[in-house]
Design a protein around this ligand. Structure first.
Ligand code: IMP
Length: 427
């Protein structure tokens, strides 16, 4: 198997976990390269439910090396809890050959990042993004402002103290002025961070070298994206986005490797669209049908439990995802959710102030005014539960997939008709 990237082609929650699990079986290395514990995959192992937020779900297969690369932001407590839970179940163990490594350059989500994320969101008004309140944005802000704490810094007491001092000087001023909050104490933060460093140390290394060596050795690597294309900080529906590069480009910056190391780039999309949190969503169905899709698809967030907003498949947005990521194929998820509808709609263009557009406007106010232009397609009653061939799918479903492929110009390589592994058709 060639090196594969699996990433969200919509606003996240497309069902990447299942695809990563499937492709992960054949990979030697599974790498997370951006985001943090704002992501979440629900996994069922031996009847026990586990929600993983940081560690790649490929950890469930024996003999895998899981990597948290430098582009990720790491909440040490959440990470250590996941390691502990997986170790207790025997899923991370030497005898299984499963290893988890964290880059020494990965940025640490400090307690003040979470505090500021929460205070900002609580203060409401126009600043509210509807974040997951995990400190993701404030942590990336400090990274770019060059005052972030890297995982490797947690093992250097003096450097760590200097960095924390520098970081909280401004934070204390902001906390007092905007939120009437008491000041943060360097000593407390320093002690906490050193403790985290001690616990993380055995799992920390230069993961760039590890990945490079794996490439040189011809090992198979799976790059696991978090969130989705339209949440990319640069190319998403800014400012209603996350703070990392969720697109393919994020792999290269987030791991420190070049683009030639990637062979296939699979975009994950549901057969419809969902979005959590605030921000424009042109094909949103804020009505009974949207509610029906939410119920059928169990559309509630794995990280925050929030109900997801639901709507028709937006092919303008998906085509955009094909372009910005250089997608080579689509994995179409939750196709079964739409079963039973007489008619389906797909958005084929946007209309803004009377003019037709074929791409996403950068101006958020314009995007809010977008009226979707729909094409109607026939629905299907049911789908085979364990499909073996595309030919056994109902005609209307095949027409739906064909329409998507023609519009996007790339193939739908995988179709998922349910959460189980056997409910998957690879073409
Ligand atoms: P943040 O990443 O917590 O800063 O949240 C920023 C925006 O990204 C919010 O609209 C979140 O709902 C959204 N978001 C972050 N992570 C995910 C995810 O894994 N799935 C879907 N939406 C997400």
């Amino acid at each position: 198997m060639a090196n594969i990237a699996v990433l969200g082609a919509q606003w996240g929650d497309e069902g990447k976990g299942k695809i990563v699990d499937l492709y992960g079986e054949r990979a030697d290395l599974i790498v997370r390269y951006q985001g943090g514990n704002n992501a979440g995959h629900t996994l069922v192992v031996g009847g026990e439910k586990t929600v993983l937020h940081l560690i790649p779900s490929g950890v469930l297969h024996p003999g895998k090396t899981c990597v948290i690369a430098s582009g990720v932001v790491l909440d040490p407590e959440v990470f250590l809890r996941e390691v502990e839970a997986l170790t207790a179940r025997g899923l991370i163990s030497e005898s299984r050959g499963t290893r988890v490594w964290v880059s020494e350059r990965t940025q640490v989500i400090m307690p003040y990042h979470k505090l500021i994320d929460r205070l900002r969101e609580e203060s409401g008004g126009k600043a509210k993004i509807g974040t997951t309140v995990r400190g993701i944005g404030p942590c990336y802000e400090d990274k770019v402002a060059r005052r972030g704490v890297m995982v490797g810094d947690l093992m250097d007491s003096d450097l760590l103290r200097d960095k924390i001092e520098a970081a909280i000087r401004e934070k204390n001023a902001v906390l007092a002025a905007l939120y009437n909050h008491e000041p943060l104490v360097v000593e407390e933060l320093h002690a906490w961070a050193l403790e985290m460093g001690k616990k993380l140390k055995p799992m920390v290394r230069d993961t760039r070298v590890l990945i490079q060596e794996a490439i040189a050795a011809g090992n198979t690597i799976l790059f696991e994206g978090a969130q989705g294309t339209l949440l990319d900080v640069e190319h998403g529906t800014y400012p209603f986005v996350t703070s990392s590069n969720t697109i393919t480009g994020g792999i290269f910056t987030g791991c420190g490797i070049g683009p030639k190391s990637l062979d296939r780039i699979i975009g994950i999309s549901k057969a419809y669209t969902t979005r959590v949190g605030g921000g424009p969503f042109p094909t949103e169905l804020d009505n009974d049908l949207g509610e029906w899709i939410r119920k059928q698809g169990q559309e509630f967030g794995a990280t925050t439990g929030r109900p997801r907003r639901c709507g028709w498949l937006d092919l303008v947005a998906l085509k955009y995802a094909v372009e910005v990521n250089g997608l080579t194929g689509i994995a179409l998820m939750k196709a079964d959710v739409l079963s039973g509808l007489e008619e389906l709609k797909v958005c084929v263009a946007y209309e803004v102030d009377g003019a037709r557009r074929n791409t996403i406007p950068s101006n958020i106010r314009e995007l809010e005014r977008v009226k979707p232009v729909y094409e109607s397609l026939k629905g299907w009653k049911t789908l085979p539960d364990r499909p073996k061939t595309f030919g056994e799918m109902p005609d209307a479903f095949r027409a739906y997939v064909g329409y998507i492929e023609r519009t996007l110009g790339i193939p739908v390589v995988t179709i998922s008709t349910g959460p189980g592994r056997e409910q998957t058709l690879n073409r």
